[in-house]
Ligand binder design. Structure first.
Ligand code: HEM
Length: 127
């Protein structure tokens, strides 16, 4: 059942489902696998999933446990990124949002993600 209430639990589910899709993707899957490995249940992915859950919790719930730097790590694999790769990221994210949240909540996340992706694309000089 879709929900219109964002909680830490459903954010964690969102992030888990999203990356399960991402690693299977022909275009962006290999980038993630080269950096974080294949084992979504291993320690490296566990850390990433927790970090990204906190990232979205900071955005959606105003939590303060994300102290990272969202843009910085993407610079190290800049040459593997493209507008097409970001479009694919957005598509998979939106598909996942729609399996958890009511459309109006999914749209709010999508708008935030589009905004951040747009900043990344500009800062990486991809467009
Ligand atoms: C094709 C597009 C993207 C790819 C391939 C990608 C890939 C990655 C990878 C491999 C990492 C882990 C880096 C590391 O641990 O060394 C990472 C971290 C991260 N990504 Fe992305 N990403 C993409 C787009 C996005 C977008 C659009 C967002 C936000 C809406 C985002 C948010 C983050 C955040 C918050 C981190 C953690 C940063 C930190 O260390 O605090 N990424 N990404």
């Amino acid at each position: 059942m879709l929900t219109d209430t964002v909680t830490k639990e459903n954010l964690n589910k969102l992030v888990l489902k999203f990356y399960a899709k991402v690693v299977k993707d022909d275009l962006i899957g290999p980038i993630f696998i080269d950096i974080l490995g294949k084992d979504l249940k291993g320690d490296v992915w566990k850390t990433h999933i927790e970090l990204l859950t906190n990232f979205w919790a900071a955005i959606a719930l105003g939590e303060t446990n994300y102290g990272g730097s969202p843009f910085a790590p993407h610079i190290q694999f800049k040459e593997r990124l493209s507008v097409e790769a970001f479009d694919r990221w957005m598509k998979l994210f939106f598909e996942t949002l729609n399996t958890i949240y009511e459309p109006q909540v999914a749209q709010q996340f999508l708008a935030r993600a589009k905004n951040i992706a747009g900043n990344f694309i500009r800062n990486l000089r991809l467009a």
